[in-house]
Ligand binder design. Structure first.
Ligand SMILES: [Fe+2]
Ligand SMILES: [Fe+2]
Length: 205
């Protein structure tokens, strides 16, 4: 569903990420991926309690969100390992744009329509498979390509599963998820661009 591609990220420079931009992206992906499992579980819990046996479709989506949360557990460690390899021992603070994205996710996860969190999953899970380590990441980084390299592979399956889970919802709910995905596409683009910029500003140990 999502139309966001790596070209959106690179349009401002037209090529490979610099080392500083890459460090900036990893630093903010660390925060987003660290929060993801808890946000997915919060949405799963909220959806299950709202449907409380009344909607088999919502229960199915809730079960999938919980399964998906367990598959996202620990991915922030990949970002941390990459950062460490690049000489960044302490993750940088969140940018304003990262905080904005996380606040929106959390408010959706605890709202009366928590299935809309699939709008974010739709954007991020379809985005990672468009990334190509060989042409996107800076040269000379050794093993420090875990976070993006692994996501570009595992998210192929996640993207398929998100599409399937969205299909379990009613037409009206699918429309809500599509509208939410549009919002997240914009928030995620701002998140990435601010993250890339932030790599120039952080002091590294
Ligand atoms: Fe992940
Ligand atoms: Fe994923």
């Amino acid at each position: 569903m999502s139309a966001l591609t790596v070209f959106d990220l690179l349009q401002f420079q037209g090529g490979r990420l610099t080392r500083e931009q890459y460090i900036g992206v990893l630093g903010q992906e660390y925060h987003l991926s660290r929060a993801a499992p808890a946000n997915l579980r919060a949405a799963a819990d909220r959806l299950a309690s709202l449907s409380a046996g009344k909607s088999a479709r919502h229960q199915k989506v809730s079960d999938w969100l919980r399964k998906h949360a367990s598959e996202e557990d620990g991915h922030f460690i990949w970002a941390l390992q990459d950062l460490n390899d690049l000489g960044v021992k302490v993750p940088p603070p969140q940018t304003y744009e990262t905080t904005s994205l996380l606040v929106t996710v959390q408010s959706i996860a605890t709202s009366t329509a928590p299935y809309r969190i699939l709008g974010l999953s739709d954007v991020v899970e379809h985005f990672a498979p468009t990334l190509k380590v060989e042409t996107l990441l800076p040269e000379g980084i050794g093993e420090a390509s875990r976070f993006i390299g692994r996501h570009s592979k595992v998210d192929v399956q996640h993207a398929k599963e998100v599409d399937e889970a969205i299909g379990w919802l009613s037409d009206k709910e699918q429309g809500e998820v599509r509208a939410t995905a549009k919002v997240f596409e914009s928030l995620f683009r701002n998140f990435l661009l601010a993250a890339a910029r932030s790599g120039h500003q952080k002091s590294r140990l």
